[in-house]
Design a protein around this ligand. Structure first.
Ligand code: PGA
Length: 261
């Protein structure tokens, strides 16, 4: 069996201001720092510098600093946008791409998502590609087809050797921020199907070593049973990542799986 190190990300979305971001980053850096799990936090842009300062000087392995978005051009006339090198200037090492809120609220198309995946990987970042079906798509039995299509679009042009820095986050849209979670069995089935798609796009070895996080109303109380599933390699956490004790419980659930696996 291939052992994949669990990866837990805290997506703070458009929440928290300076003092809260500072306090949460300190708490996460102090308590969630374990070699058994890769941990990242994704603050809003104005607080990246603040959080970066807090995370600097942590012992290894440290909590990774992530950004929720970026624009895939090196520089230039892109009003309001932020480049990868600007983020790297502040110690950002991970980026989210294709989050459902950007796909469905902001309206990001697959072409831009793919450009971002390729640019993030070319820049040496850890890239988390988020995919997942809407409720009506699940009810129509299209979950696996939607995930397969989003993986094929998102990963087009990615080189096999870059897949070591690519994590997939399967986040059913109907489970994000709603308190509704996929059952561990349903989530496992979707993850296993995603792994098969990655095998068909690349090869079986890459599919076995690619981490697939689950996201959508993960909490301290349901993380352990989700992460116990063989193809669920940690989680992308929204609401529950804003509370350090909840987030720590989730990281500990991922660490327990890592020790078992
Ligand atoms: P949630 O968000 O945990 O609040 O459901 C997850 C996500 O959007 O990544």
């Amino acid at each position: 069996m291939v052992s994949r190190k669990p990866f837990v990300g805290g997506n703070w979305k458009m929440n928290l201001h300076t003092s809260e971001a500072h306090a949460l980053a300190r708490a996460v850096a102090n308590s969630c720092n374990t070699p058994a799990v890769d941990v990242a936090v994704f603050p809003a842009f104005p607080y990246l510098v603040e959080v970066s300062t807090v995370l600097q000087g942590q012992p290894n392995p440290g909590v990774l600093l992530g950004a929720q978005d970026f624009y895939p051009a090196a520089n230039g006339a892109f009003t309001g946008e932020v480049s990868l090198s600007m983020l790297q200037d502040h110690g950002v090492a991970a980026v989210l791409v294709g989050h459902s809120e950007r796909r469905h609220i902001i309206g990001e198309p697959e072409t831009l998502i793919n450009d971002k995946v390729q640019a993030g990987l070319e820049a040496g970042m850890e890239v988390i590609l988020c995919i997942g079906e809407k409720l009506e798509q699940r009810e129509a039995g299209k979950t696996d087809a939607i995930n397969a299509a989003q993986l094929a679009y998102g990963l087009a042009g990615v080189k096999p050797e870059q897949m070591a820095r690519l994590t997939v986050a399967y986040e059913p849209v109907w489970a994000i921020g709603t308190g509704k979670t996929a059952t561990p069995q349903d989530a496992q089935a979707a993850h296993a199907a995603c792994r098969e798609v990655i095998a068909s796009l690349f090869n079986g070895k890459i599919a076995q070593s690619t981490r697939i996080q689950y996201g959508g109303s993960v909490k301290g109380s349901n993380a352990a049973e989700l992460f116990a599933q063989p193809d669920i390699d940690g989680g992308l956490i929204g609401g529950a990542s804003l509370k350090s004790d909840e987030f720590l419980t989730i990281v500990q659930a991922a660490a327990a799986r890592s020790e078992k696996g």
